[in-house]
Design a protein around this ligand. Structure first.
Ligand SMILES: *C/C=C(C)/C=C/C=C(C)/C=C/C1=C(C)CCCC1(C)C
Length: 248
C-alpha cells in the first residue's frame, strides 16, 4: 500500500512529502482542465506541464512512504529516497527542456538544441546521483567524493544556463516577433538560474560537503529538494499556462 507508513509526530520532512504530493496533484488537475481552454498551438506545451506535475505527484506518494517507513528520528541519510528522487528528475527535467524547445519551435528551434539541453541535463543528474550514491555507500566513487561529483554536475547545469542565456536558444528568443514568447522565455530561464539553484544548495548539505556543518540545514536535504520541486515544477507550468492564455 502506498500510504502504509504514517508520518511520525514532528517529522517535518515527511510532512513536506505529503504537502508536495497534494500540490503536484492539484497543479496537474489544473493544467489538464485549463488545457481545454487554450489555442491548439499551446496544447502540447500545457500537456507537458501537466505530465511533469503528474509524474512528480505519483513519485511523491512513493517517496513519502519510503521516507516514513525508514526514518527513525535520526537516520536522515539512510531514509532518503535517492533512487526515486533521481528517477523523477531523469523524467521531468528532460520534459522541462522540451518546454524550451516547444516554446521556441515557432521561432525556428532545431531538434539539436533540444538534444544539447537533454545531454547537459543527463550529465547534471547522472553526476549528482553518483555523488549521492557515494554518501549512501560511504566511500568515494572513481576517486571522487560527493563534492567532486557535485562539481561535475554543476558543469551540466552551466551548459543549460549557457544555452539559454548565450546560445542558440537565446538567439532564437531574441529573434522572435512574439512578445509573449520572449516574456515566457525570460521567466523560464529565470527559474533555471535561480529556482534550480535551490538543488545544489540542498546537495551541499551532504556529509563532507560545504554546508554539512550547518545545523540549520543538515538532515534537511529532502525538505530543500521538495521546496525546489514545488517552486520549479509548478512555476514552469504556470508560466506556460500564462503564455497559452495570453498568446493567441
Ligand atoms: C523537477 C526537478 C528539477 C527541476 C530538478 C533539478 C535538479 C537540479 C538543477 C540539480 C542540480 C545539481 C547540481 C547543479 C549540483 C549538485 C547535484 C545536483 C544534481 C543536485
Amino acid at each position: 500500500m502506498l500510504a502504509a507508513s504514517a508520518i511520525k509526530p514532528g517529522d517535518l520532512v515527511g510532512f513536506t512529502f505529503f504537502v508536495g504530493t497534494l500540490a503536484m496533484f492539484a497543479a496537474s488537475v489544473f493544467f489538464y482542465f485549463e488545457r481545454q481552454t487554450v489555442s491548439d498551438k499551446w496544447k502540447t506545451a500545457l500537456l507537458i506541464s501537466a505530465l511533469i506535475t503528474t509524474i512528480a505527484a505519483v513519485n511523491y506518494l512513493y517517496m513519502r512512504d519510503f521516507w516514513c517507513a525508514n526514518f527513525n528520528g535520526t537516520n536522515a541519510a539512510a531514509a532518503s529516497p535517492i533512487e526515486l528522487r533521481y528517477i523523477d528528475w531523469f523524467l521531468t527535467v528532460p520534459l522541462m527542456c522540451a518546454e524550451f524547445y516547444l516554446l521556441l519551435k515557432l521561432a525556428g528551434a532545431s531538434i539539436n538544441m533540444l538534444w544539447r539541453l537533454i545531454g547537459y541535463a543527463i550529465l547534471m543528474l547522472g553526476a549528482g546521483y553518483i555523488g549521492e550514491l557515494s554518501v549512501k555507500l560511504g566511500h568515494p566513487i572513481r576517486g571522487f567524493s560527493n563534492f567532486g561529483w557535485g562539481v561535475i554536475a554543476t558543469i551540466g547545469w552551466a551548459g543549460i544556463v549557457y544555452e539559454i542565456f548565450f546560445g542558440e536558444a537565446k538567439q532564437l528568443a531574441d529573434g522572435s516577433s512574439d512578445a509573449n514568447i520572449r516574456r515566457a522565455f525570460n521567466l523560464l530561464r529565470g527559474f533555471v538560474l535561480i529556482g534550480w539553484a535551490i538543488y545544489p544548495i540542498g546537495y551541499m548539505t551532504l556529509p563532507g560537503n560545504v554546508l554539512s556543518n550547518s545545523t540549520e540545514l543538515a538532515s534537511k536535504l529532502n525538505v530543500i529538494y521538495n521546496v525546489g520541486d514545488a517552486i520549479n515544477k509548478i512555476g514552469f507550468g504556470l508560466i506556460i499556462w500564462g503564455l497559452a492564455k495570453r498568446g493567441k
